[in-house]
Structure formats: C-alpha cells, structure tokens
Design a protein around this ligand. Sequence first.
Ligand code: ZN
Length: 180
Amino acid sequence: MSTDLVRLTQAADYAARQHIAQRRKGERAEPYINHLTEVAALLAEATDGNDIVLLMGGLLHDTLEDTDATYEDLQERFGPDVASLVAEVTDDKSLPKEERKRLQIEKTAGKSRRAKLLKIADKTSNLRSLVASPPAGWSRQRLSDYVVWAHDVVRSCRGLNPRLEAAFDAAHQEASRQFG
Ligand code: ZN
C-alpha cells in the first residue's frame, strides 16, 4: 500500500520523465518540470497539502496534452481520480488553437472543484512566467491577449479558494502592469 508521499513522489518522477525534453516557451527556456512543480506547490499551499489527488493532478496536468502518456497509463499508475482530473484539464488537440482557447473559457464553469483549482494554479504559473521570461517571438499584443484570456478562464473558477485566487490576482496584476 503506497503512502501519499510515495504516490506524490512517483507522480513527480513520472512527470519529469515524460516532459524530459520540453522547455517553457519563455526566453529563459526553463525546464518544463519547473512549471509542474510550481503548479503543485501553489495547490499545496492553497489547500494545506490536504488533497493528494489535486497535487498529483498538478504535477501530471500536462502529460496527456503534451506527452505520449495515455489516460490508461495514468489510471494504472495513479488511479482513476487522478487520471480523470488530468483528462478534465486537457484540451482537445484535434481542435484549432483559437477554438481550444475559446472552449477553455466556456467549459471551465462546468468542471469539478479540483479542475477549477488546477486551472487557477496553471494560469498563475503561466502569468508569472510571462513576466519573468516572456517568449521571444511574442508581440506586446499577443502577451496582452494572453493576460486577458487567462483572466477570462479564471473568472469561472472563483469562489473556491481565496488564497489561490489571491496568488492569481497578484500574478495577473503584475502581468497587466507589464503588458496591459
Ligand atoms: Zn500547465
């Protein structure tokens, strides 16, 4: 019987391996795992580390979208709750980018509490990265559009966790100051 700490460590290890060759889009090209550990840390702090499924989901949230991991892999390794949480926050990559972005705004309201918390943490990390290390090829307009879009997605996730919302609002404020 694996303890929570063992499961969490296994999720971190699996995420690091799955994303091993990937880097963040910013000019610093940070290792992708930095994003995943930041998201998990935001979630841990906001929930006092009381929800192991949420933290594992934070570490694994981009595995279905950006790596060759399958739903079955996640289910087998980490259980059905973690697998379905990751599936809930995964975009349908067969759709065009703009459509996926529109759907994130539209569909997030109907998602589970955990999925909404994960969305807030994900967007918080992304906005922090945008400020710390903006992607080299992005125009000011594109940066500004992202900041507005992130705010629109998070709008339907509010009312669940004041601490996490405060972290998002701080990141959003900073990003708006830079690119708004
Ligand atoms: Zn992410």
